[in-house]
Design a binder for this molecule. Structure first.
Ligand code: KHP
Length: 507
Protein backbone atom coordinates (compact mmCIF):
# COMPACT_ATOMS: atom_id res chain seq x y z
CA UNK A 1 0.00 0.00 0.00
CA UNK A 2 1.50 3.29 -1.08
CA UNK A 3 0.20 5.83 1.43
CA UNK A 4 0.11 5.83 5.20
CA UNK A 5 -1.09 8.39 7.75
CA UNK A 6 -0.94 8.47 11.53
CA UNK A 7 -3.54 9.87 13.89
CA UNK A 8 -2.59 10.40 17.53
CA UNK A 9 -5.55 10.40 19.88
CA UNK A 10 -5.78 10.91 23.62
CA UNK A 11 -8.93 11.65 25.68
CA UNK A 12 -7.11 14.41 27.59
CA UNK A 13 -6.27 16.38 24.45
CA UNK A 14 -9.40 18.35 23.68
CA UNK A 15 -10.47 21.10 21.30
CA UNK A 16 -13.58 21.94 23.28
CA UNK A 17 -17.21 21.02 23.85
CA UNK A 18 -19.39 20.54 20.78
CA UNK A 19 -22.23 23.04 20.70
CA UNK A 20 -25.27 21.23 19.27
CA UNK A 21 -26.05 24.37 17.25
CA UNK A 22 -23.24 23.39 14.90
CA UNK A 23 -25.78 20.99 13.33
CA UNK A 24 -28.02 23.79 12.15
CA UNK A 25 -29.58 24.28 8.73
CA UNK A 26 -31.25 27.07 6.82
CA UNK A 27 -34.76 27.75 5.50
CA UNK A 28 -34.88 30.79 3.20
CA UNK A 29 -37.77 32.21 1.25
CA UNK A 30 -36.09 31.09 -1.94
CA UNK A 31 -37.43 28.81 -4.64
CA UNK A 32 -39.16 25.82 -3.06
CA UNK A 33 -37.54 25.85 0.38
CA UNK A 34 -40.67 27.11 2.12
CA UNK A 35 -43.53 26.63 -0.34
CA UNK A 36 -43.74 22.95 -1.39
CA UNK A 37 -40.66 22.41 0.81
CA UNK A 38 -41.44 22.54 4.52
CA UNK A 39 -44.96 23.86 3.81
CA UNK A 40 -47.54 22.47 1.42
CA UNK A 41 -51.15 22.50 2.58
CA UNK A 42 -53.10 19.82 0.76
CA UNK A 43 -50.11 17.50 0.59
CA UNK A 44 -50.98 13.95 1.65
CA UNK A 45 -48.69 14.27 4.70
CA UNK A 46 -49.59 17.89 5.61
CA UNK A 47 -50.37 18.50 9.27
CA UNK A 48 -53.22 20.73 10.48
CA UNK A 49 -50.99 23.78 9.90
CA UNK A 50 -50.16 22.82 6.30
CA UNK A 51 -46.57 21.70 6.99
CA UNK A 52 -45.34 18.51 5.36
CA UNK A 53 -44.88 15.70 7.86
CA UNK A 54 -42.62 13.77 5.50
CA UNK A 55 -40.19 16.73 5.37
CA UNK A 56 -40.30 17.27 9.12
CA UNK A 57 -39.60 13.57 9.69
CA UNK A 58 -36.58 13.68 7.37
CA UNK A 59 -35.42 16.85 9.12
CA UNK A 60 -35.42 14.92 12.41
CA UNK A 61 -33.61 12.00 10.83
CA UNK A 62 -31.05 14.48 9.51
CA UNK A 63 -30.49 15.59 13.10
CA UNK A 64 -30.93 19.30 12.47
CA UNK A 65 -30.84 21.17 15.78
CA UNK A 66 -31.39 24.70 14.56
CA UNK A 67 -32.74 26.53 11.50
CA UNK A 68 -31.90 29.99 10.18
CA UNK A 69 -34.76 32.08 8.72
CA UNK A 70 -35.98 33.94 6.57
CA UNK A 71 -32.75 34.59 4.61
CA UNK A 72 -30.18 34.79 3.11
CA UNK A 73 -30.38 37.40 0.41
CA UNK A 74 -34.16 37.41 0.83
CA UNK A 75 -33.99 39.12 4.21
CA UNK A 76 -32.30 42.22 2.81
CA UNK A 77 -35.52 43.47 1.21
CA UNK A 78 -38.01 41.88 3.60
CA UNK A 79 -40.53 43.78 5.69
CA UNK A 80 -41.31 41.33 8.47
CA UNK A 81 -44.55 43.17 9.28
CA UNK A 82 -45.92 42.06 5.88
CA UNK A 83 -45.68 38.44 7.01
CA UNK A 84 -47.63 38.63 10.27
CA UNK A 85 -51.33 39.00 11.09
CA UNK A 86 -54.35 37.51 9.31
CA UNK A 87 -53.09 35.60 6.26
CA UNK A 88 -55.96 36.79 4.04
CA UNK A 89 -54.89 40.40 4.61
CA UNK A 90 -51.22 39.84 3.74
CA UNK A 91 -50.04 41.25 0.42
CA UNK A 92 -47.59 39.73 -2.03
CA UNK A 93 -44.43 41.63 -2.91
CA UNK A 94 -41.56 41.27 -5.36
CA UNK A 95 -38.61 39.71 -3.60
CA UNK A 96 -35.72 41.44 -5.35
CA UNK A 97 -33.08 38.95 -4.26
CA UNK A 98 -34.58 36.03 -6.17
CA UNK A 99 -37.03 37.98 -8.39
CA UNK A 100 -39.95 35.99 -7.11
CA UNK A 101 -43.42 37.06 -6.03
CA UNK A 102 -43.50 36.30 -2.30
CA UNK A 103 -47.10 35.68 -1.21
CA UNK A 104 -46.35 36.20 2.53
CA UNK A 105 -48.44 33.15 3.42
CA UNK A 106 -45.65 31.97 5.68
CA UNK A 107 -44.09 34.54 7.96
CA UNK A 108 -42.44 34.84 11.35
CA UNK A 109 -45.22 33.22 13.42
CA UNK A 110 -45.74 30.28 11.09
CA UNK A 111 -42.01 29.55 10.92
CA UNK A 112 -41.36 29.95 14.63
CA UNK A 113 -44.32 27.76 15.53
CA UNK A 114 -43.19 25.08 13.07
CA UNK A 115 -39.69 25.15 14.59
CA UNK A 116 -41.14 24.97 18.08
CA UNK A 117 -43.41 22.03 17.25
CA UNK A 118 -40.48 20.21 15.69
CA UNK A 119 -38.07 20.98 18.54
CA UNK A 120 -35.70 22.97 16.31
CA UNK A 121 -34.06 26.12 17.67
CA UNK A 122 -34.75 29.12 15.42
CA UNK A 123 -32.11 31.58 14.28
CA UNK A 124 -33.64 34.78 12.93
CA UNK A 125 -32.12 37.37 10.63
CA UNK A 126 -33.06 41.06 10.54
CA UNK A 127 -33.05 43.22 7.41
CA UNK A 128 -30.09 45.62 7.42
CA UNK A 129 -30.24 46.08 3.64
CA UNK A 130 -33.31 48.25 3.10
CA UNK A 131 -34.18 48.75 6.78
CA UNK A 132 -32.49 49.57 10.03
CA UNK A 133 -32.44 49.95 13.79
CA UNK A 134 -36.15 50.44 14.50
CA UNK A 135 -37.44 47.54 12.41
CA UNK A 136 -34.81 45.22 13.89
CA UNK A 137 -35.62 46.16 17.49
CA UNK A 138 -39.34 45.89 16.75
CA UNK A 139 -38.90 42.34 15.44
CA UNK A 140 -37.05 41.29 18.60
CA UNK A 141 -39.87 42.78 20.64
CA UNK A 142 -42.46 41.01 18.46
CA UNK A 143 -40.74 37.67 18.99
CA UNK A 144 -39.48 37.90 22.55
CA UNK A 145 -41.39 40.69 24.31
CA UNK A 146 -43.79 40.24 27.22
CA UNK A 147 -47.34 41.68 27.06
CA UNK A 148 -47.64 45.42 27.54
CA UNK A 149 -45.75 46.96 24.64
CA UNK A 150 -46.74 47.62 21.05
CA UNK A 151 -45.02 44.86 19.11
CA UNK A 152 -45.37 42.17 21.76
CA UNK A 153 -49.06 43.03 21.98
CA UNK A 154 -49.34 42.69 18.21
CA UNK A 155 -47.95 39.14 18.48
CA UNK A 156 -50.49 38.39 21.19
CA UNK A 157 -53.29 39.86 19.04
CA UNK A 158 -52.07 37.59 16.26
CA UNK A 159 -52.74 34.60 18.49
CA UNK A 160 -49.45 33.93 20.24
CA UNK A 161 -49.38 34.78 23.92
CA UNK A 162 -46.05 33.30 24.98
CA UNK A 163 -42.85 34.97 23.77
CA UNK A 164 -40.88 32.76 21.39
CA UNK A 165 -37.57 33.42 23.13
CA UNK A 166 -35.51 33.50 19.94
CA UNK A 167 -31.93 33.48 21.17
CA UNK A 168 -29.81 33.78 18.01
CA UNK A 169 -30.03 36.77 15.65
CA UNK A 170 -28.16 37.61 12.44
CA UNK A 171 -27.51 41.31 11.87
CA UNK A 172 -28.38 41.22 8.17
CA UNK A 173 -26.95 38.91 5.54
CA UNK A 174 -23.82 39.10 3.34
CA UNK A 175 -23.73 42.87 3.44
CA UNK A 176 -20.29 42.80 1.77
CA UNK A 177 -21.77 41.28 -1.41
CA UNK A 178 -22.48 43.63 -4.34
CA UNK A 179 -25.51 41.41 -5.12
CA UNK A 180 -27.03 42.19 -1.74
CA UNK A 181 -30.00 44.57 -1.74
CA UNK A 182 -28.73 47.53 0.29
CA UNK A 183 -25.08 46.42 -0.04
CA UNK A 184 -22.79 48.49 2.18
CA UNK A 185 -19.17 49.25 2.84
CA UNK A 186 -17.65 47.72 5.98
CA UNK A 187 -17.82 51.09 7.74
CA UNK A 188 -21.44 51.71 6.77
CA UNK A 189 -22.47 48.21 7.74
CA UNK A 190 -20.41 48.10 10.93
CA UNK A 191 -21.97 51.31 12.22
CA UNK A 192 -25.49 50.18 11.40
CA UNK A 193 -24.96 46.70 12.84
CA UNK A 194 -23.59 48.16 16.09
CA UNK A 195 -26.60 50.45 16.49
CA UNK A 196 -29.16 47.82 15.49
CA UNK A 197 -27.50 45.29 17.79
CA UNK A 198 -27.44 47.75 20.67
CA UNK A 199 -31.16 48.43 20.28
CA UNK A 200 -31.98 44.72 19.92
CA UNK A 201 -30.13 43.86 23.12
CA UNK A 202 -31.89 46.71 24.93
CA UNK A 203 -35.15 44.99 24.00
CA UNK A 204 -33.85 41.57 25.07
CA UNK A 205 -30.42 41.43 26.74
CA UNK A 206 -30.39 37.61 26.60
CA UNK A 207 -30.04 37.37 22.80
CA UNK A 208 -26.85 36.49 20.92
CA UNK A 209 -25.89 38.53 17.87
CA UNK A 210 -24.07 37.58 14.71
CA UNK A 211 -22.32 40.28 12.68
CA UNK A 212 -21.93 39.65 8.94
CA UNK A 213 -18.49 38.49 8.00
CA UNK A 214 -17.42 37.91 4.41
CA UNK A 215 -19.57 36.08 1.88
CA UNK A 216 -16.54 33.99 0.99
CA UNK A 217 -12.78 34.00 1.45
CA UNK A 218 -12.51 35.13 -2.20
CA UNK A 219 -14.18 38.49 -1.59
CA UNK A 220 -11.79 41.38 -2.34
CA UNK A 221 -12.67 42.91 1.01
CA UNK A 222 -12.03 39.69 3.02
CA UNK A 223 -10.02 40.31 6.17
CA UNK A 224 -10.34 44.06 6.16
CA UNK A 225 -14.13 43.63 6.21
CA UNK A 226 -13.95 41.51 9.39
CA UNK A 227 -11.54 43.94 11.04
CA UNK A 228 -13.62 47.02 10.30
CA UNK A 229 -16.96 45.43 11.17
CA UNK A 230 -15.64 44.05 14.47
CA UNK A 231 -14.05 47.39 15.41
CA UNK A 232 -17.54 48.91 15.15
CA UNK A 233 -19.48 46.06 16.73
CA UNK A 234 -17.01 44.58 19.25
CA UNK A 235 -18.97 45.44 22.38
CA UNK A 236 -22.33 44.28 21.10
CA UNK A 237 -21.88 41.16 18.99
CA UNK A 238 -21.10 37.60 20.05
CA UNK A 239 -20.30 35.94 16.73
CA UNK A 240 -19.11 36.81 13.26
CA UNK A 241 -20.56 34.94 10.31
CA UNK A 242 -18.75 32.90 7.69
CA UNK A 243 -20.23 31.60 4.45
CA UNK A 244 -18.55 29.14 2.10
CA UNK A 245 -19.67 27.02 -0.80
CA UNK A 246 -17.46 24.49 -2.54
CA UNK A 247 -17.80 22.86 -5.96
CA UNK A 248 -15.86 20.79 -8.44
CA UNK A 249 -14.66 23.19 -11.14
CA UNK A 250 -13.44 22.03 -14.56
CA UNK A 251 -13.09 18.44 -13.41
CA UNK A 252 -10.48 19.40 -10.79
CA UNK A 253 -11.35 16.56 -8.43
CA UNK A 254 -8.27 16.95 -6.20
CA UNK A 255 -9.06 20.58 -5.39
CA UNK A 256 -12.69 19.73 -4.75
CA UNK A 257 -11.70 16.89 -2.41
CA UNK A 258 -9.41 19.38 -0.64
CA UNK A 259 -12.33 21.73 0.17
CA UNK A 260 -12.17 20.85 3.87
CA UNK A 261 -8.64 22.26 4.01
CA UNK A 262 -9.82 25.48 2.32
CA UNK A 263 -12.56 25.73 4.94
CA UNK A 264 -10.01 25.10 7.70
CA UNK A 265 -7.78 27.94 6.44
CA UNK A 266 -10.78 30.26 6.10
CA UNK A 267 -11.77 29.59 9.75
CA UNK A 268 -8.18 30.16 10.95
CA UNK A 269 -8.03 33.48 9.09
CA UNK A 270 -11.33 34.73 10.49
CA UNK A 271 -10.27 33.69 14.00
CA UNK A 272 -6.99 35.57 13.46
CA UNK A 273 -8.83 38.68 12.23
CA UNK A 274 -11.18 38.65 15.22
CA UNK A 275 -8.39 38.01 17.71
CA UNK A 276 -6.32 40.83 16.19
CA UNK A 277 -9.15 43.26 16.88
CA UNK A 278 -9.39 41.90 20.43
CA UNK A 279 -5.64 42.22 20.92
CA UNK A 280 -5.59 45.83 19.73
CA UNK A 281 -8.39 46.62 22.15
CA UNK A 282 -6.70 44.65 24.96
CA UNK A 283 -10.00 42.81 25.29
CA UNK A 284 -10.54 39.38 26.86
CA UNK A 285 -13.75 38.91 24.90
CA UNK A 286 -13.62 36.05 22.43
CA UNK A 287 -15.70 36.42 19.28
CA UNK A 288 -16.87 33.06 17.97
CA UNK A 289 -17.97 32.03 14.51
CA UNK A 290 -21.42 31.41 13.17
CA UNK A 291 -20.70 29.44 9.99
CA UNK A 292 -24.26 30.07 8.96
CA UNK A 293 -23.99 29.02 5.32
CA UNK A 294 -21.86 26.11 4.17
CA UNK A 295 -22.31 23.36 1.62
CA UNK A 296 -21.38 22.08 -1.79
CA UNK A 297 -23.04 24.41 -4.32
CA UNK A 298 -22.40 24.44 -8.08
CA UNK A 299 -22.41 28.21 -7.79
CA UNK A 300 -19.77 29.34 -10.30
CA UNK A 301 -20.26 26.50 -12.75
CA UNK A 302 -24.06 26.56 -12.87
CA UNK A 303 -25.76 29.32 -10.90
CA UNK A 304 -23.68 32.40 -11.76
CA UNK A 305 -23.92 31.58 -15.48
CA UNK A 306 -27.70 31.39 -15.27
CA UNK A 307 -28.12 34.27 -12.88
CA UNK A 308 -30.44 36.49 -14.96
CA UNK A 309 -33.49 35.30 -13.15
CA UNK A 310 -36.84 36.04 -14.80
CA UNK A 311 -39.54 37.36 -12.48
CA UNK A 312 -41.34 34.25 -11.25
CA UNK A 313 -44.20 33.27 -8.96
CA UNK A 314 -45.53 30.12 -7.28
CA UNK A 315 -42.36 28.78 -5.71
CA UNK A 316 -40.13 28.40 -8.78
CA UNK A 317 -37.39 25.79 -9.03
CA UNK A 318 -34.26 27.80 -8.19
CA UNK A 319 -30.81 26.31 -7.42
CA UNK A 320 -32.07 22.77 -6.89
CA UNK A 321 -28.61 21.21 -7.08
CA UNK A 322 -28.50 17.45 -7.48
CA UNK A 323 -25.71 15.82 -5.48
CA UNK A 324 -23.40 12.92 -6.17
CA UNK A 325 -21.65 10.57 -3.76
CA UNK A 326 -18.46 12.61 -4.35
CA UNK A 327 -20.33 15.67 -3.06
CA UNK A 328 -21.32 13.60 -0.02
CA UNK A 329 -17.68 12.74 0.74
CA UNK A 330 -16.82 16.45 0.60
CA UNK A 331 -19.74 17.34 2.88
CA UNK A 332 -18.44 14.75 5.35
CA UNK A 333 -14.96 16.27 5.14
CA UNK A 334 -16.36 19.78 5.74
CA UNK A 335 -18.02 18.43 8.90
CA UNK A 336 -14.64 17.07 10.02
CA UNK A 337 -13.26 20.60 9.69
CA UNK A 338 -16.12 22.09 11.69
CA UNK A 339 -15.63 19.54 14.51
CA UNK A 340 -11.92 20.33 14.64
CA UNK A 341 -12.84 23.98 15.33
CA UNK A 342 -15.47 23.23 17.98
CA UNK A 343 -13.87 25.78 20.32
CA UNK A 344 -14.44 28.69 17.90
CA UNK A 345 -17.39 27.52 15.77
CA UNK A 346 -20.40 26.92 18.03
CA UNK A 347 -22.97 27.67 15.32
CA UNK A 348 -23.19 26.42 11.73
CA UNK A 349 -25.92 25.97 9.14
CA UNK A 350 -25.89 23.54 6.28
CA UNK A 351 -27.34 25.70 3.50
CA UNK A 352 -30.03 24.79 2.96
CA UNK A 353 -32.61 22.28 4.31
CA UNK A 354 -35.11 21.50 1.55
CA UNK A 355 -34.98 21.71 -2.26
CA UNK A 356 -32.54 24.65 -2.46
CA UNK A 357 -28.97 23.20 -2.37
CA UNK A 358 -30.42 20.75 0.10
CA UNK A 359 -30.03 17.29 1.59
CA UNK A 360 -33.83 16.84 1.39
CA UNK A 361 -35.80 17.12 -1.86
CA UNK A 362 -39.52 17.09 -2.50
CA UNK A 363 -41.98 16.99 -5.34
CA UNK A 364 -45.16 19.04 -4.95
CA UNK A 365 -47.95 16.56 -4.27
CA UNK A 366 -45.27 13.88 -4.35
CA UNK A 367 -42.55 12.26 -2.30
CA UNK A 368 -39.74 13.68 -0.16
CA UNK A 369 -36.35 12.02 -0.37
CA UNK A 370 -32.74 12.14 0.78
CA UNK A 371 -29.86 13.32 -1.40
CA UNK A 372 -26.50 11.53 -0.95
CA UNK A 373 -25.25 14.46 1.18
CA UNK A 374 -27.89 13.57 3.78
CA UNK A 375 -25.89 10.60 5.12
CA UNK A 376 -22.68 12.27 6.35
CA UNK A 377 -24.63 15.08 8.02
CA UNK A 378 -27.13 12.75 9.72
CA UNK A 379 -24.36 10.40 10.86
CA UNK A 380 -22.16 13.19 12.23
CA UNK A 381 -25.07 14.89 14.01
CA UNK A 382 -25.93 11.54 15.61
CA UNK A 383 -22.43 10.45 16.62
CA UNK A 384 -20.52 13.66 17.37
CA UNK A 385 -21.39 14.41 20.97
CA UNK A 386 -19.59 15.76 24.00
CA UNK A 387 -16.16 17.11 23.29
CA UNK A 388 -14.09 17.34 20.14
CA UNK A 389 -10.66 15.77 20.63
CA UNK A 390 -7.49 17.52 19.54
CA UNK A 391 -5.93 14.95 17.20
CA UNK A 392 -2.44 15.05 15.77
CA UNK A 393 -2.68 13.97 12.15
CA UNK A 394 0.43 13.29 10.09
CA UNK A 395 -0.46 12.57 6.49
CA UNK A 396 1.10 12.77 3.04
CA UNK A 397 0.00 15.77 1.05
CA UNK A 398 -1.16 16.27 -2.50
CA UNK A 399 -0.65 19.50 -4.43
CA UNK A 400 -3.92 20.94 -5.73
CA UNK A 401 -4.46 23.74 -8.24
CA UNK A 402 -6.83 25.67 -6.00
CA UNK A 403 -5.48 25.14 -2.49
CA UNK A 404 -1.83 24.20 -2.86
CA UNK A 405 -0.76 21.32 -0.61
CA UNK A 406 -3.55 19.56 1.24
CA UNK A 407 -3.34 16.45 3.44
CA UNK A 408 -4.57 13.22 1.90
CA UNK A 409 -6.18 12.15 5.18
CA UNK A 410 -8.27 14.27 7.53
CA UNK A 411 -9.70 13.18 10.85
CA UNK A 412 -11.81 14.28 13.79
CA UNK A 413 -12.87 12.52 16.96
CA UNK A 414 -15.40 13.21 19.67
CA UNK A 415 -15.86 11.88 23.19
CA UNK A 416 -18.78 11.85 25.61
CA UNK A 417 -17.81 9.95 28.76
CA UNK A 418 -16.27 6.78 27.41
CA UNK A 419 -18.34 6.77 24.20
CA UNK A 420 -17.14 8.62 21.17
CA UNK A 421 -16.71 8.60 17.43
CA UNK A 422 -13.88 8.79 14.95
CA UNK A 423 -14.34 10.45 11.55
CA UNK A 424 -11.80 9.76 8.82
CA UNK A 425 -11.51 10.95 5.22
CA UNK A 426 -9.33 9.56 2.47
CA UNK A 427 -9.08 12.11 -0.33
CA UNK A 428 -6.84 10.01 -2.57
CA UNK A 429 -7.87 7.63 -5.34
CA UNK A 430 -5.90 4.81 -3.63
CA UNK A 431 -6.63 3.04 -0.35
CA UNK A 432 -4.74 4.59 2.56
CA UNK A 433 -3.55 2.91 5.72
CA UNK A 434 -4.22 4.91 8.89
CA UNK A 435 -2.40 4.12 12.08
CA UNK A 436 -4.46 5.23 15.06
CA UNK A 437 -2.07 5.72 17.91
CA UNK A 438 -3.79 5.77 21.35
CA UNK A 439 -1.18 5.32 24.07
CA UNK A 440 -2.61 4.28 27.43
CA UNK A 441 -6.08 3.85 26.01
CA UNK A 442 -8.02 0.84 24.76
CA UNK A 443 -10.09 1.65 21.77
CA UNK A 444 -13.04 -0.48 20.68
CA UNK A 445 -14.34 0.46 17.25
CA UNK A 446 -17.91 -0.41 16.38
CA UNK A 447 -19.73 -0.75 13.04
CA UNK A 448 -20.09 2.61 11.35
CA UNK A 449 -21.07 4.42 8.17
CA UNK A 450 -18.93 4.74 5.05
CA UNK A 451 -19.49 6.96 2.02
CA UNK A 452 -17.46 6.30 -1.12
CA UNK A 453 -17.25 8.77 -4.00
CA UNK A 454 -18.67 8.07 -7.45
CA UNK A 455 -17.53 9.19 -10.89
CA UNK A 456 -20.90 9.71 -12.51
CA UNK A 457 -22.70 13.00 -12.87
CA UNK A 458 -25.64 13.24 -10.50
CA UNK A 459 -29.05 12.64 -12.07
CA UNK A 460 -32.21 14.26 -10.77
CA UNK A 461 -34.97 12.42 -8.97
CA UNK A 462 -35.73 10.14 -6.03
CA UNK A 463 -34.91 6.91 -7.82
CA UNK A 464 -31.44 8.03 -8.82
CA UNK A 465 -30.71 9.44 -5.35
CA UNK A 466 -31.80 6.15 -3.78
CA UNK A 467 -29.58 4.22 -6.16
CA UNK A 468 -26.52 6.38 -5.44
CA UNK A 469 -27.14 6.02 -1.72
CA UNK A 470 -27.55 2.24 -2.01
CA UNK A 471 -24.29 1.94 -3.94
CA UNK A 472 -22.15 4.45 -2.03
CA UNK A 473 -23.44 4.75 1.53
CA UNK A 474 -23.10 1.63 3.64
CA UNK A 475 -22.92 0.33 7.16
CA UNK A 476 -19.51 -1.20 7.57
CA UNK A 477 -17.40 -2.98 10.15
CA UNK A 478 -14.40 -0.95 11.26
CA UNK A 479 -11.82 -1.78 8.55
CA UNK A 480 -9.18 -2.79 11.08
CA UNK A 481 -6.17 -4.61 9.62
CA UNK A 482 -4.18 -4.95 12.84
CA UNK A 483 -4.57 -4.04 16.48
CA UNK A 484 -2.25 -4.14 19.47
CA UNK A 485 -2.19 -2.20 22.77
CA UNK A 486 -2.10 1.52 21.99
CA UNK A 487 -2.19 1.07 18.24
CA UNK A 488 -4.94 0.23 15.73
CA UNK A 489 -4.40 0.16 11.98
CA UNK A 490 -7.27 0.79 9.57
CA UNK A 491 -7.54 0.82 5.79
CA UNK A 492 -9.59 3.60 4.27
CA UNK A 493 -11.29 3.00 0.92
CA UNK A 494 -10.32 5.35 -1.94
CA UNK A 495 -12.08 8.76 -1.86
CA UNK A 496 -14.14 7.90 1.17
CA UNK A 497 -15.58 9.28 4.37
CA UNK A 498 -15.90 7.00 7.38
CA UNK A 499 -17.57 7.46 10.77
CA UNK A 500 -17.04 4.86 13.49
CA UNK A 501 -18.49 4.79 17.00
CA UNK A 502 -15.78 4.09 19.53
CA UNK A 503 -15.47 3.18 23.19
CA UNK A 504 -12.37 4.46 24.98
CA UNK A 505 -11.09 3.01 28.24
CA UNK A 506 -7.92 4.02 30.02
CA UNK A 507 -5.61 1.16 30.84
O1 KHP B 1 -20.49 34.18 -4.83
N1 KHP B 1 -21.65 34.45 -5.19
O2 KHP B 1 -21.91 34.78 -6.36
C1 KHP B 1 -22.71 34.35 -4.27
C2 KHP B 1 -23.96 34.72 -4.66
C3 KHP B 1 -25.01 34.61 -3.76
C4 KHP B 1 -24.79 34.14 -2.50
O3 KHP B 1 -25.88 34.13 -1.66
C5 KHP B 1 -25.93 33.43 -0.45
O4 KHP B 1 -26.29 32.10 -0.73
C6 KHP B 1 -27.68 32.05 -0.84
C7 KHP B 1 -28.14 30.63 -0.84
O5 KHP B 1 -27.93 29.97 0.38
C8 KHP B 1 -28.13 32.92 0.30
O6 KHP B 1 -29.39 33.50 0.13
C9 KHP B 1 -27.09 34.00 0.34
O7 KHP B 1 -26.81 34.42 1.64
C10 KHP B 1 -23.55 33.77 -2.10
C11 KHP B 1 -22.47 33.88 -2.99
Amino acid sequence: MSQRATVLLHPDFRVGPIDRRVFGSFVEHLGRAVYTGIYEPGHATADEHGFRRDVADLTHELGVTMARYPGGNFVSNYNWEDGVGPVEERKPFIDLAWRTIEPNTIGTDEFLQWAEREGIEPMMAVNLGTRGVAAAAALVEYCNGEAGSRWADLRIANGREKPYGVRLWCLGNEMDGPWQIGHKTADEYGKLAAEAGKAMKLVDPTIELVACGSSSMQMDTFGEWERTVLEHTWDVVDHISMHAYYEELDGDRASFLGSGTAMDRFIRRVVASADAVGARRRSDKQITISFDEWNVWYLQSRFVGEKNLPLQRDAPRIIEDVYSALDAVVVGDLLVTLLNHADRVPVACLAQLVNVIAPIMTEPDGPAWRQPTFAPFATTARLARGTALDLRVTAPTVTTAQHGDVPVVTAAATLDGTEGAVFLVNRSAEPVEVELSHPGVTLTLDRGVQVTADHEAAVEGPDHAAQVIAEHVSEVDAPVTSAEPGRTVLTLAPESWLALPVTLTRV
